[in-house]
Design a protein around this ligand. Structure first.
Ligand code: GUN
Length: 305
């Protein structure tokens, strides 16, 4: 079998186009321009690239896009002060603080300081709890992107066996909830899980989010399964060139899977696209509005009070 590549880049582009239409509608009907504030502490090269991409794409869909680049030695109190300003700034609908933060800053004090209504990462315990309880919430972007990619292959997930490898707050845990809500039987696995290859061999869908390059081998996979690779690992190839690789041994896995996401160009672009979608959701629900797809033109939305 030679797996079909799931083109996350193209799927994310379509989602961003929908977000841009919603932004235009919000502006035309309510004079609202969604505002997204992205905060970076320090100069970690990977985080700097992510933050730049997020801010650039926010601008491209018509947001009021603000970047706050703070020195790595900024005090926690100063960062909390900035968050409080953004919480009360009516032009800002979404606040994202790029992780990881330097060691002298308490990540939880920072994440819990963000107004849950502007928490477009979905990391605040309020939103985490709402998601777990099945209540409307701002949901982490990468898991939303993963479910979206899977649904481009199978629209009805009920009854499918899924193994999610990795149990981070950003990906594995919220993803297990979303997939469970969609009717999947979810096995939450991690690097220490016994019989991990056997568990994967029984799975219709394998999601690898363990941060371990090439972990999932071709012979771990059931023929015809769907493989979603969330890993982004830096590696050196045989010619000595640095490149990004996922958590899945791509060539081997492509021989067994029916569909597979590449790295890069799979899950990554979906994370940024859902950040934009979450910001529109936050802008709309903060004002007591909703974007309703009309039945005759599902991509054209109108606002309902
Ligand atoms: N660091 C790695 N992924 C993410 C993410 O989705 N959001 C934030 N804020 N930081 C991250």
């Amino acid at each position: 079998m030679n797996a079909i590549r799931i083109d996350g880049k193209a799927i994310a582009e379509a989602l961003r186009a929908r977000v841009a239409r919603d932004v235009a509608l919000l502006q035309a009907e309510c004079n609202v321009i969604p505002g997204l504030a992205v905060v970076l502490v320090g100069k970690d090269p990977a985080s700097s690239v992510y933050v730049k991409t997020k801010a650039k794409q926010a601008q491209a869909v018509g947001f009021n896009s603000r970047q706050f680049l703070l020195p790595s030695n900024v005090g926690e109190a100063e960062l909390l002060e900035l968050i409080e300003e953004l919480n009360t700034n009516d032009a800002i609908d979404g606040i994202l603080v790029q992780l990881p933060l330097p060691g002298h800053i308490n990540r939880w004090r920072v994440l819990e300081a963000i107004n849950p209504a502007k928490d477009v990462d979905g990391f605040h315990p309020y939103n985490v709890g709402r998601l777990a309880a099945g209540r409307p919430a701002l949901v982490p972007c990468t898991p939303l992107g993963v479910v979206h990619l899977i649904k481009t292959v199978v629209s009805d997930l009920s009854g499918l066996n899924v193994v999610v490898i990795g149990r981070s707050n950003i990906v594995g845990k919220p993803l297990a909830i979303l997939l469970g809500d969609a009717g999947c039987t979810v096995t939450g696995a991690q690097l220490q899980t016994r019989n991990l290859p056997d568990l994967c061999r029984n799975a219709d869908i394998v999601v690898a989010a363990a941060g371990c390059a090439g972990l999932v081998r071709g012979d771990w996979l059931k023929a015809g399964s769907i493989v979603i690779d969330v890993g982004i690992n830096r590696a050196i190839d045989s010619a000595g060139t640095a490149k990004l690789v996922g958590d899945v041994a791509f060539a081997e896995a492509s021989e067994r899977a029916s569909h597979i996401t590449p790295v890069p160009g799979g899950v990554g672009p979906m994370t940024v696209a859902y950040l934009l979608a979450n910001t529109v959701d936050a802008a709309v629900s903060r004002r007591g509005l909703s974007l309703v797809p009309t039945p005759d033109a599902p991509t054209l939305c109108h606002l309902a009070p």
